[in-house]
Design a protein around this ligand. Structure first.
Ligand code: ZN
Length: 438
């Protein structure tokens, strides 16, 4: 089976339900950039995709960074003297600032206040806050919750450990005919947030599960990593392997109802950039293509000047551009199965074009070969050009070893799949050969 075959039999309703189902399972798992919640998430993904889990010890230097201590949260709350919990991590791990140091104290509301984070502009939402690299602690709550807190003394408990351990990431290599790789990377460190970032985990898992059944030209490397520190750690440990990455996509925010947005590679003119632009254009759906910028997710590590890998990012509404971003409103209801399915289909389309984007040479380059006698051209003359013949004629004309199929499709203003089919028919008729110099 090829990726094109996968697309031909793609069942959007099933794929959407499968991805949303995985998100529902993973939503309550208390994830962070290290720790048991991250491990549990990766183990669940490993049930669908043959991931290897790597553990990198605390203190390992990774370029200018150091693998941090491992954080595990058992319980956290703010309770009044009667024991009533006014803020309770059992309800949502968003209520604790990620990487909070352990705390056990009795504090007045005034003393507690500097450690409380709310969103006055969205009074019903709980914000997502972390402090990975500065030792502090805090709680997040809605403005409404904050306004209701009576004056008085509170028991403040963060029962967590921040200790030497390891950073975990998941990796899977699907071997294709070529050693050149396509990287699919997603972060997996956010707690109870759906679009950012469970949707990325769910899409990469569904994609991997499907690719596992395929014969591919490229090899595919899947990385499920904690954001920033995960890609830095992987790059530090795999500098040689990184050179084999020919194209890469960072999967993030792929489940909201918004249009697809492609963030280009740092180079801006990579083959991947042209492929994605073509697929989005041919979809005839509303979409946006934006230039690279050096913030966002792990694309900025892959695209640092010492690597400069052609890695872009395909999302729906980009991070930070929807008001639910990094708040409790980015929940399971915010992510729609049909959006997940549309995103997955688009990823498959892109991979199908990358897989099929070869150069060809005509075996009969001096004047047009006679197509009629090979059953490739209409039998009755005199009719104006028939649409099904145009891809054949373009393909033959540009089969000089200089043009990739995508370049033929763009020049002919035809969908890639039509040009791909024409090339296959001409190869079958002995009129084209694949150019090895690709
Ligand atoms: Zn995020």
């Amino acid at each position: 089976m090829t990726i094109a075959d996968l697309l031909a039999s793609f069942d959007a309703a099933r794929a959407g339900a499968e991805m949303h189902g995985l998100m529902e399972e993973l939503f309550p798992v208390p994830r962070s950039i290290t720790g048991d919640g991250l491990r549990a998430t990766l183990k669940r993904v490993a049930g669908a995709v043959p991931l290897t889990l790597h553990e990198v010890p605390t203190g390992t230097p990774v370029f200018d960074w150091t693998v941090p201590r491992e954080w595990n949260l058992r319980d956290a709350y703010v309770a009044d003297p009667s024991g009533r919990r006014w803020i309770d991590a059992r309800r949502s791990t968003l209520h604790v600032v990620g990487y909070s140091i352990p705390v056990r104290a009795r504090l007045s509301l005034a003393e507690l206040r500097p450690h409380l984070h709310a969103l006055p502009e969205h009074p019903t939402r709980v914000p997502f806050r972390t402090s990975y690299y500065r030792e502090t602690w805090g709680f997040c709550l809605s403005q409404q919750q904050l306004d209701r807190l009576p004056d008085g003394e509170y028991e403040v408990v963060i029962d967590a450990t921040l200790a030497d351990g390891s950073l975990t990431y998941g990796e899977w290599l699907h071997e294709g005919e070529r050693r050149e790789e396509i990287l699919i990377s997603t972060h997996c460190c956010h707690p109870a947030l759906a679009n950012d970032n469970l949707s990325g985990i769910a899409l990469a898992t569904a994609l991997g599960k499907r690719l596992a059944r395929c014969r591919t030209r490229y090899s595919y490397r899947f990385l499920f990593i904690p954001g920033t520190i995960g890609s830095i750690t992987w790059l530090a440990r795999n500098q040689g392997t990184a050179r084999r990455i020919a194209h890469g996509l960072v999967v993030v925010c792929v489940g909201d109802a918004g249009r697809l947005t492609y963030k280009k590679t740092r180079r801006g003119d990579a083959e991947l950039d042209r492929v994605v632009a073509h697929v989005l254009r041919e979809s005839r759906k509303d979409h946006e293509v934006v230039e690279f910028f050096p913030w966002g997710y792990d694309e900025r590590q892959y695209s640092s000047p010492g690597f400069n890998l052609p890695v872009g990012s395909l999302s729906r509404t980009p991070h930070g551009k929807y008001p639910e971003y990094h708040t409790s409103a980015d929940d399971l209801a915010f992510v729609r199965p049909e959006s997940l399915a549309d995103s997955l289909a688009t990823y498959l389309e892109i991979l199908a074009v990358l897989e099929g984007n070869q150069r060809y040479r005509s075996t009969n380059p001096k004047c047009e070969p006679q197509l009629g006698k090979r059953g490739l051209y209409r039998a009755v003359g005199g009719q104006p050009g028939m649409p099904e013949e145009l891809p054949l004629l373009w393909m033959l004309n540009l089969a000089d070893g200089q043009h990739t199929l995508l370049e033929v499709a763009e020049r002919a203003r035809l969908p890639f799949a039509d040009v791909r089919r024409a090339a296959d028919a001409l190869v079958a008729a002995g009129l084209l050969v694949e150019d090895g110099s690709r």
